[in-house]
Write a protein that binds this ligand. Structure first.
Ligand SMILES: [Zn+2]
Length: 687
């Protein structure tokens, strides 16, 4: 059964290729078979022959076959039987639905989707030409997969005795990926559909989960199987048979801003009150919490990204914030509002996301036909934006370990069953956690009130308790404020007597999104000498105070945090220089955090103890166990448990204590045990 190649169309393609793609075809004759695809812009075809271009969209199979035949003819003797050639079309601008709208209307048509890769299977060998032999009469047949039907009985002897001969069949690489609509096209929490995409031959291993891609392909269907694995009668599954695949840049700042809007943005930035205007506009439905709102504004703008240290390490620009406090307070509302405000925002709950859903994971599943699939979680999909994580304290153990790496070096590594993959996780995290015993108690160390390991807590730049304050007057004002908000949302009755005039946000949220996107894309602030000096002074001051109290109150990691906050502050007025005022603003937020977290501890501002609940002495001992492990690892590749205990004994620690500390380090994600008796440290880029 020959392919449907229409001779007229084939010769049109020969003319088209001669006219538009002669150089590329010449290159192909030289580089074949390592290159075996000709990339063709649909817009060129439109210019050459609008009718064929339209047919390509409506009846792609006939056109694709004809185009391929034309190419094969022009390449001549170069093409060998083992290596196929492909004409890969891209750049069409009709039939470009959202992935969630892809349905039966598009079956057998060529479509183009703007897609976010969610998961990827391993390579699955797929029969291209299947060789079958009759075990009764010995007749041999060749069938092309997807084109020819394999008969139930031998055409020669009419017996059910056809057997596949794998070693003589021809295979091609197939890789399945699942894609969804990009986050910025979704708006908040819309549930999203995934579409299966088949990548064949030279398209495999070109993308990983988290990548943003432009895919052109033919929407096909195959029979659906029910829960018992049987084929359903009238139900089908859709998948996209990719013709071409091109990676796209994905940025928080990927948002269209017109020249006129740019002028308004610059105009807004000149207002001396710009910072206040922004923070008052950011979560207008929540009363109070001024400092929290200010911190979130700084998070939205972010510090200067990808600063490289002398030793090659990279300092993140993303600011991580943790809100802790009473259930029922404004936390969830704040998280959901921020998700909707940023162009790329994801809202997830630590309770509902399981098994690598927060980070990334390799798992065996049906998607890969029983093989391995790499699946990206929220932090990978939200790369380039903000990930809001509610119920942070409920996150599963496996995600928690990967979060250490994700929050600090902004990558996530998966190493399992021979699969080694590193994903980008360049997202700022806004997290919220509930205390174990109902209410936040300022008299108890945070680490004792939350199921969050101290080392993970220390990855946050700012931690704020959000309290329900017991104050009748304040309660009345909050109740009043909520009433007004609801009234304003429901109807324009804000002027009715008894309600206060509603305060509209100074900057409407659509404009605010654009303002933030503009700043993130165009402004890269540097510290001025005065700002740098001010942060240094603050650091020295705190360390001196700490030394008097027998504790070290602030660590270099917190300086990086202050610098990020100060840079973000400069961005809010579109300034490339961080002024002393920006430094003061960062310090004020840090002070506010220390004060609220340590309110009843005699003014002690010891961040280590604050976060870890551990006295300095214990922190030191744990650190020395860690450096023993690192030392042994440097010499021998990994550390034997026994050797660690021996080394620690020399430093005056008994075996029991050492084992206990190793367990704590394992829990906190600093070390892991690849096999019993062996310990390795978890590598992080910035340390
Ligand atoms: Zn036979």
């Amino acid at each position: 059964m020959p392919d449907m190649v229409v001779e007229g169309i084939k010769s049109r393609f020969e003319d088209f290729f001669q006219k538009y793609y002669k150089d590329q075809i010449n290159d192909l004759t030289v580089s074949y078979p390592s290159n075996r695809s000709l990339k063709v812009d649909v817009k060129d075809l439109e210019k050459f022959d609008a009718e064929i271009a339209e047919e390509l969209i409506e009846r792609p199979d006939v056109i694709l076959d004809s185009a391929k035949e034309a190419l094969v003819g022009m390449l001549g003797d170069v093409v060998r039987e083992d290596n196929d050639v492909y004409v890969r079309f891209f750049g069409q601008n009709v039939n470009t639905p959202l992935i969630m709208d892809v349905g039966s209307a598009y079956i057998s048509k060529m479509i183009n989707v703007d897609a976010l890769v969610v998961k990827r299977s391993e390579i699955i060998p797929r029969v291209k030409i299947g060789v079958y032999k009759c075990s009764y009469c010995g007749a041999v047949y060749k069938f092309r997969s997807g084109k020819d039907e394999v008969p139930e009985v031998c055409p020669e002897c009419k017996r059910k005795s056809l057997k596949a001969v794998e070693e003589e069949s021809k295979f091609v690489d197939l890789q399945k990926i699942a894609v969804q609509d990009p986050l910025e096209k979704l708006r908040g929490n819309t549930p999203t559909w995934q579409l299966e995409v088949w990548l064949v031959d030279d398209l495999v291993n070109k993308v990983i989960p988290g990548d943003r891609v432009d895919i052109t392909g033919v929407l096909r269907i195959r029979k659906r199987r029910n829960m018992k694995g049987k084929l359903e009668k009238d139900l089908y599954t859709m998948y996209l048979d990719a013709s071409s695949l091109s990676p796209k840049q994905k940025e928080f700042a990927e948002i269209a801003i017109s020249e006129e809007e740019e002028r308004s943005i610059i105009e807004l930035s000149k207002d001396p009150q710009i910072f206040e205007n922004i923070w008052r506009s950011v979560v207008p439905s929540v009363y109070g919490h001024e400092e929290v709102k200010q911190a979130i504004v700084l998070q939205l703008f972010g510090g200067t990204p990808n600063k490289t240290l002398v030793d090659g390490g990279v300092i993140r620009g993303d600011i991580h914030i943790l809100l802790i406090g009473d259930p029922g307070s404004a936390k969830t509302r704040i998280l959901q509002t921020v998700t909707k405000l940023v162009p790329k925002g994801i809202y997830v709950s630590g309770k509902s996301v399981t098994g690598g859903g927060m980070t990334a994971v390799a798992e065996r599943d049906e998607f890969a036909e029983g093989g391995w699939t790499l699946r990206a979680g929220a932090l990978v999909l939200g790369s380039g934006g903000i990930v809001c994580i509610d119920e942070f304290d409920k996150i599963e153990e496996m995600d928690r370990a990967a979060l250490h790496e994700a929050l600090e070096s902004q990558t996530i590594s998966v190493a399992k069953a021979g699969i080694i993959a590193t994903f980008n996780a360049k997202a700022a995290v806004l997290a919220a956690a509930n205390p174990k015993y109902g209410r936040f108690d300022p008299n108890i160390y945070p680490s004792e009130q939350f199921d969050i390991p101290p080392t993970l807590l220390s990855r946050f730049d700012l931690i704020f308790p959000i309290k329900d304050i017991m104050d009748e007057e304040l309660d009345k004002r909050i109740a009043d404020y909520i009433l007004v908000q609801h009234a304003a949302a429901g109807a324009h009755i804000a002027n009715i007597e008894g309600y206060k005039q509603v305060e509209l946000p100074a900057i409407p949220s659509d404009m605010l999104r654009k303002y933030i996107a503009y700043a993130r894309k165009n402004i890269l602030p540097r510290l001025s000498d005065e700002a740098s000096k001010r942060i240094q002074e603050y650091y020295v001051e705190l360390r001196k105070a700490g030394a008097r109290q027998g504790a070290v109150p602030i660590t270099p990691r917190q300086i990086e945090g202050l610098v990020r906050l100060a840079e973000a502050s400069a961005k809010t007025r579109l300034d490339n220089i961080v002024s002393i005022k920006d430094a003061e603003r960062a310090i004020a937020l840090s002070e506010f955090m220390l004060k609220t977290l340590a309110v009843d501890r005699g003014g002690r501002r010891d961040i280590d103890t604050l976060l870890t609940g551990m006295p300095r002495e214990k922190v030191d001992k744990i650190n020395s166990v860690l450096s023993i492990i690192k030392g042994l690892e440097e010499k021998e590749g990994s550390a034997k448990m026994q050797n660690v205990i021996e080394e620690a004994e020399k430093a005056g620690m008994d075996a029991g204590t050492t084992t206990k500390y190793i367990n704590e380090l394992e829990k906190s994600g600093d070390v892991f045990s690849p096999r019993p008796g062996i310990i390795k440290t978890v590598k992080r880029e910035s340390e």
